[in-house]
Design a protein around this ligand. Structure first.
Ligand code: PMP
Length: 449
């Protein structure tokens, strides 16, 4: 089959995510036939380096032999079963390992099949916990400016990116928004820690004012990924944990994008040594293979639901594919790789290679900043560097970088005018240098008149 055949068939029956479909009148869709390691290959043998881990999910490469084998083995035993009233070994083993690996105090796992649902579960559980504890006045959530937690209505409501949220405003619950600790806005000479500490004032004021009405604060620890990979310092997490404790407000850590080593540690919360009341995981959980998510919480939360049926305190939320055994086996194989190979140590070298390969970008006349937390590195393209003034969004400069990189065999998918690298951990320093060289040329071309 040729690329063009599949494209024609696709465009007559599909509606793609996060896409203005009319764009495909000039922007060719890329049909992928096979993939291996960091490489995606189309029907005519053209190859692309997956520099963004296929929307941040892939950790150990496509067609990873160990994860493939684990799924095949599981397929021979049990593909799926209901999880209400029933159980199976992969979901039990995975829960034991997640409880052991996540910050101390997280002891219960509740499963779903995508990140947004994990967030919905955390929001509902937090609200329901307070209700079961006689605090039914607590109905609100605090989240951060520029945050993203998914696109189902509850998750969208606690998000704050107008591009995704504005249209649906009339459908969404009202939330309280605190200033983001996003260090892009720090003063010259101000450190990340100083700025993040300073921006905590807004959160402190909101908690002082609203704690009695607030169930939880929800945040993406350290990197607001969909919010253009804006980053902040771990001190913010430390301050937030203390303040939430003081005000009897839950802390929900959405580690869907930053979990599983992306920021250098297995979970981003580890940078601050904190335990949230809820931790949401998905994406890398299955190594990027299958849709699975989990919301972890504490004994204290679990116990507030544990009572006689007639007291109507149970958490009755459910999804058909909750705890799917194939997904759990993929997740177990992924955790085996973390356990048996020095992944995080190797990533230190890869992160350094990313930093070194992009060091010269800082001097580009249209690059305002190169920022990095571990295996996430972002380059912010601007029209006016001294004023840090963005290009008009209608000019779609980032799209030009996307198109150029594709021509050169690299999948980059800029967020607006922010180009980022978030590759699978099996990438080589040489491949990182290739991506960086192409990104640089792409930025050069995109910022010409
Ligand atoms: N939270 C964060 C931080 C995310 O980055 C995402 C996905 N980009 C989600 C939630 C939603 O996950 P999903 O797309 O699986 O619903």
């Amino acid at each position: 089959m040729k690329n063009s055949e599949l494209i024609a068939r696709d465009l007559s029956v599909l509606w793609h995510p996060c896409t203005q479909m009319k764009d495909h009148e000039f922007l060719p869709l890329i049909p992928i036939r096979r993939a291996e390691g960091v490489w995606l290959e189309d029907f005519e043998g053209r190859r692309y380096i997956d520099a963004i881990s296929s929307w941040w999910v892939n950790l150990f490469g496509h067609a990873n032999p160990r994860i493939n084998a684990a799924i095949r083995e599981q397929l021979g035993e049990l593909e799926h079963t209901i999880l209400a009233g029933f159980s199976h070994e992969p979901v039990v083993a995975l829960s034991e390992r997640l409880v052991a690996l996540t910050p101390k105090g997280l002891s219960r796992c509740f499963y779903a099949d995508n990140g947004s649902s994990a967030v919905e579960i955390a929001l509902k559980m937090s609200f329901h916990y307070w209700r079961n504890s006689g605090k039914s006045k607590k109905t609100k959530f605090i989240s951060l400016e520029n945050s993203y937690h998914g696109e189902t209505l509850g998750a969208l409501a606690v998000g704050n990116i107008p591009l995704y949220k504005e249209t649906y405003g009339p459908l969404l619950m009202e939330t309280i928004t605190a200033t983001s600790p996003d260090c892009f806005f720090r003063e010259q000479g101000e450190s990340w820690a100083e700025y993040s500490r300073r921006s905590f004032k807004s959160m402190k004021t909101l908690l002082d004012q609203h704690a009695d009405d607030v169930c939880a604060v929800i945040i993406e620890p350290l990197v607001q990924c969909a919010g253009k990979m804006r980053m902040y310092d771990p001190v913010y997490l430390t301050l937030l944990r203390e303040a939430c404790d003081r005000h009897h407000v839950h802390l929900i850590a959405d580690e869907i994008a930053v979990g599983f080593g992306r920021t250098g540690t297995l979970f981003a919360c580890e940078h601050a040594g904190i335990t949230p009341d809820f931790m949401c995981l998905s994406k890398g959980l299955t190594g990027g293979y299958l849709p699975l998510s989990v919301t972890l919480t504490t004994d204290a939360v679990y116990e507030a639901f544990y009572d006689d049926f007639e007291r109507s305190t149970a958490f009755l939320h459910s999804h058909s594919y909750t705890g799917n055994p194939l997904g759990c086996r993929a997740a177990l194989a992924t955790l085996d790789i973390f356990e048996q190979e020095p992944v995080l140590e190797n990533n230190l070298q890869l992160a350094k290679a990313m930093r070194d390969a992009t060091a010269r970008f800082e001097d580009h006349p249209h690059v305002a900043e190169v920022r990095q937390h571990g295996m996430i590195l972002a380059i912010e393209m601007v029209e006016n560097k001294p004023a840090r003034l963005a290009y008009p969004w209608q000019e779609r400069r980032g799209l030009r970088v996307y198109q150029y990189a594709l021509e050169k065999g690299v999948l980059l998918r800029p967020l607006g005018d922010v180009i980022y690298l978030m590759p699978p951990y099996v990438i080589t320093p040489e491949e990182i240098r290739t991506i960086a060289a192409i990104a640089y040329e792409g930025i050069d071309i995109a910022t010409r008149q």
